[in-house]
Design a protein around this ligand. Structure first.
Ligand SMILES: NC(=O)c1ccc[n+]([C@@H]2O[C@H](COP(=O)([O-])OP(=O)(O)OC[C@H]3O[C@@H](n4cnc5c(N)ncnc54)[C@H](OP(=O)(O)O)[C@@H]3O)[C@@H](O)[C@H]2O)c1
Ligand SMILES: [Zn+2]
Length: 375
């Protein structure tokens, strides 16, 4: 299912809260940062907030700058981005500012919520996503409405789900120099399962007394980018890892290179043949003609994250993959720091624009032939 680019935007206190518990909205950003947010809003096709934020803050979600609105019109876009909200209950106040300002509105809800929402007579399209709120369907529906870029302005329940589902492409986080100190106040991210490993920091910027940090999740998990075929090939890569001659000083890894049409181009595993140090991805790529035009749209499947540094050869596998022109990597297990500290082959690949997908459900299989190395 095609999805828009999803940009999460939020401001937090130094102790990680989105708001206090008072009746008015807590102003976390600074004036210049509110203007930056206005600019981001002007650059997107739609802005989404949760029903909780409509209730708590009663926001308008406008593009305030007349010049930015004029530029949108000149570019053939609507004056304001589409306004989107999400509600399970359908219990939405028809008097809220959200419905009476700015561009077109869409409410995504459930079968149950749709009845309530319709009864409120909201000035909006009400779309039911079934018995439960299905985020993949929501994003696909936005794509069908012509939304290529979606800005998500909270609140915490919304941000948490999009990040945990691996559906966020970018996080713009503003850190404000104040404390909230109330445990009941809403937090940006709730408990639950997040991507393994670190996000990639792409920018920091001081704006008056706040700091903007931009991050990209590097491990989209079971997000939309995994295809059914990915499971087949990654399982095969994990099986190949079991063929490696055992070693006390290196991981056992399997890899497969697969063309976009599903043709296997090559496979390999660590220390195969009579090469005592060869890595799986290296062994597999060595079997493909470097001029094979199918490499540009091929996927490398590797049971372990491709290495970012190695002593035994001049180029690590992440570099070999980039040099081969491969733009997509699917892996099961992020490299632990057994041999190399903070190895981040996935980050290195993603920084060069490679689409990196991690399927953690295969991590145990990838680890199985390496049990003797993991304490
Ligand atoms: N500092 C910032 O940048 C910032 C930005 C935005 C918001 N905030 C703050 O965040 C707070 C609100 O956050 P919040 O987490 O309470 O609310 P929220 O995330 O805005 O909205 C949560 C609501 O969305 C609906 N929803 C979300 N996921 C759903 C799902 N999977 N299934 C069904 N319904 C779902 C539910 O609506 P129903 O209840 O209708 O079922 C739920 O109550 C406010 O205090 C606001 O000031 C701060
Ligand atoms: Zn390697």
């Amino acid at each position: 299912m095609p999805h828009p680019y999803v940009l999460l935007s939020a401001a937090v206190s130094l102790d990680g809260y989105l708001d206090d518990t008072g009746p008015d909205r807590l102003l976390l950003s600074s004036p210049a940062d509110f203007d930056r947010v206005d600019e981001v809003r002007a650059s997107v096709d739609a802005i989404l907030i949760g029903a909780g934020t409509i209730r708590a803050d009663n926001p308008r979600l406008l593009v305030n700058s007349a010049e930015r609105r004029a530029a949108r019109l000149a570019a053939g876009k609507p004056e304001y981005p589409l306004k989107v909200t999400v509600s399970g209950s359908g219990d939405l106040d028809p008097e809220a500012n959200f419905w009476h300002t700015g561009g077109d509105k869409v409410v995504y809800t459930t079968d149950k919520g749709a009845e309530r929402a319709e009864a409120h007579g909201l000035a909006a399209d009400v779309v039911s996503l079934g018995a439960d709120l299905d985020w993949h369907r929501l994003l696909a529906d936005l794509t069908a409405r012509g939304v290529d870029r979606l800005m998500v302005e909270g609140g915490g329940r919304i941000h948490t789900q999009l990040l945990q589902l691996g559906l966020a492409d970018e996080l713009q986080l503003v850190l404000a120099p104040l404390f909230v100190g109330t445990p009941e106040a809403p937090r940006l991210f709730g408990p639950g399962g997040y991507q393994a490993g670190r996000l990639r920091l792409t920018e920091t910027r001081q704006i008056e007394d706040v700091v903007l940090m931009r991050y990209e999740p590097t491990a989209p998990g079971t997000g939309p980018r995994a295809t059914p075929a990915d499971h087949h090939w990654l399982r095969l890569a994990c099986e190949l890892a079991t063929l490696c001659p055992p070693s006390r000083t290196a991981f056992s890894v399997g890899a497969v290179v697969v063309a976009a049409d599903g043709t296997e181009l090559a496979r390999g595993h660590s220390r195969e043949g009579d090469d005592p140090v060869v890595h799986a991805e290296e062994a597999a790529l060595a079997k493909v003609d470097p001029n094979d035009p199918r490499l540009a749209s091929a996927t490398v499947y590797s049971s372990l994250e491709p290495c970012a540094r190695r002593a035994s050869r001049p180029a690590p596998c992440a570099r070999l993959i980039l040099d081969a022109g491969v733009r997509r990597v699917v892996t099961a297990w992020r490299e632990p720091d057994t041999f190399v500290a903070a190895a981040d082959g996935n980050g290195l690949l993603a920084a060069q624009g490679v689409d990196v997908v991690v399927l953690p459900e295969y991590e145990e299989r990838a680890k199985a032939p390496n049990k003797h190395l993991l304490s």
